[in-house]
Design a protein around this ligand. Structure first.
Ligand SMILES: [Zn+2]
Ligand SMILES: [Zn+2]
Length: 331
């Protein structure tokens, strides 16, 4: 009998198709053989020596006189960093001019590197840069929401293979983000506790869906995960805004993120994935009901018509089994 589980944070229902459930190993990339990537690619705009192929850097982290991380404006920016957002309404039409920020974080000079295999110190530097940019943009009163994300691999939507992440800051709070805040607020009102703090407590007690844990963070596959190997990394300390992460937590997050991605790399043979940081909106910095986290979504299945039509997801893997597979995997 299939199970329909509810995601307590979003209130979405997910169908767990146990009848056609797959074993964790079945999600391994079996098709194409991994191509060997060079550590430098002459035509790559993100490789060292090609800095003139990108807009000038907003921020550069240097070591021994060479950059190790570069932040640049996106050349093909989705939003433009000029003017002020003005909202217009006419009948049922609503419009705001596309003011915002779109940046690229070039994570390393090495063309063929990947987060799961990097030195932990590099991952720490990347998170440090995320925080720097987050705090800087938070001061811009034109902006409402900052979204930091990474697309790894073609099916996750990346066109450049050089390791990079992106940041988009929007002048509005996106509808699905707003919905999460509202559900979390409702949970707080009804139960007097942050839904994420409660989830963390229960997941630590259950152990079944844990992948990794230290004293500051834990990585889990949520009880009602939307898709196979959909992972959440949550800080144990209640905090609504990613910008409030402290140095100790950055150190811990770097280790947990790197090791979780390494487990995916070895366990599923370097799957394509997206990750994103879900943080509160800029003007809701210290709320008690929301709790920031990082979500990793490996692209191991495709979204089809039913998902489109219903907003419900069908997951063909059980969170407990996938989490066990990753937890026990030695890296
Ligand atoms: Zn490159
Ligand atoms: Zn919390």
């Amino acid at each position: 009998m299939p199970e329909i589980r509810q995601n307590i944070v979003t209130k979405d229902w997910i169908i767990f198709a146990t009848e056609r459930a797959k074993r964790p190993e079945d999600f391994k990339k079996h098709f194409a053989k991994k191509e060997e990537k060079p550590d430098f690619s002459p035509n790559c705009p993100f490789c060292p020596g090609n800095e003139n192929k990108t807009p000038p850097a907003i921020l550069e982290i240097k070591k021994d006189n060479a950059w190790i991380i570069r932040v640049i404006p996106n050349k093909f920016s989705a939003l433009v960093n000029e003017g002020i957002p003005q909202r217009k309404t006419s009948g049922i039409k609503r419009i705001i001019n596309g003011v915002g920020v779109h940046e690229v974080i070039i994570e390393t000079p090495a063309h063929n590197s990947t987060t799961g295999l990097m030195e932990e110190e590099n991952v720490r530097e990347i998170i440090q840069v995320y925080k720097k940019r987050y705090l800087d943009l938070e001061k811009d009163s034109r902006l409402s929401q900052i979204i930091i994300f990474k697309n790894h691999g073609k099916s996750a939507g990346t066109s450049l293979e050089h390791p990079h992440s992106q940041l988009i800051a929007t002048p509005i709070v996106p509808a699905s983000v707003r919905q999460r805040f509202e559900e979390a607020m409702r949970h707080y009102d009804e139960n007097g506790v942050c839904v994420f703090c409660q989830m963390i407590e229960e997941e630590i007690k259950d152990q079944e869906r844990l992948i990794l844990e230290d004293d500051k963070f834990l990585a889990i596959i949520p009880y009602a995960a939307y898709s196979p190997f959909h992972i959440w990394i949550l800080p144990k300390r209640h905090s609504a805004s990613f910008g409030e992460i402290n140095q100790e937590e950055i150190k811990s997050l770097a280790g947990i993120l790197k090791n979780t991605l390494a487990k995916l790399y070895y366990g599923l043979d370097d799957p394509d994935y997206n990750y994103c940081i879900r943080s509160t909106s800029i003007d809701q910095k210290e709320v008690k009901y929301f709790h920031w986290y990082l979500a990793i979504v490996p692209k191991v299945t495709k979204i089809a018509g039913f998902e489109l039509g219903s907003g419900m997801f069908i997951n063909v893997s059980m969170p407990e089994e996938s989490a066990k597979f990753l937890r026990e995997l030695k890296i």
